[in-house]
Design a binder for this molecule. Sequence first.
Ligand SMILES: [Zn+2]
Length: 286
Amino acid sequence: MPELPEVQTVVDDLNRKIKNRKITGVWTDARKIVRGSFPDFRKSVIGRKILRVERRAKNILIYFDSGKLMLTHLKMTGHYLVGRWDLRKPKPTPVSDGRLSEKVNAYIHVVFVLDDGRMLALSDLRKFAKIMFGDVDDICASLKDLGPEATEISFKDFDRLLEKSRKPIKKLLMDQNLIAGIGNIYSDEILFDAKIHPLSLASSLNPERRKRLYRSIKKILKKALELRGTSVSDFRDTSGVEGDYGLRRLVYRREGKLCPGKCPGKVKRIKIGGRSSYFCSDCQKL
Ligand SMILES: [Zn+2]
């Protein structure tokens, strides 16, 4: 699932590519991706200008000149792509952009036609992605339980979160209502960087480890943003290009590989709350 660096990469791309464009048409073969009535949605969006695109946690927020807001959650396999497709074919067929791989192109289910002839397309293999549309206040109300952004939280607030929690630290980092934007990939990367075992109880971390963890959150997310995300699963940017963080990653999905730290151990995998967690038991202590 795309996490903060991947979603931010998409949001930055969209601000560069589609800001101030007007929507002139909407096509879909999977109405259930859009919550509510699709004809009403189409009517509300057509003719409207895109003012800006923002991110909140793992959600993409597109603001329109009508005062309405469109929220997209990409879930497991969603991608936003900007390009041109021939919509007269049985499946949208790309026009003249060879970089868009079959992997994303074959699963386009929603297309917004823009006033300059380009299109914003949502590709989603598993069709779990979700689009919500409505008044800004209503859509924002649906986000009210989210915790502070991982890139913005202060040490004081983070420290308070740890103090109050009896969860394993890996679970705390992935809980969007406590701290927003981190998922399975970056929680593993952050914990390795901070040399903390994923099962360590949050409130049991001493002050020095808390500070180290806080610094690792900022450091790893910054690096992943600079490298435009991780494509170890199937993330692509809006041109269909992979992110580079996966090539530099430390432990995520590296089970059995040599520890990237200065130890002779190997990366191990355990299950925490049904999710795999990759770590080095020599470098990361409970
Ligand atoms: Zn190690």
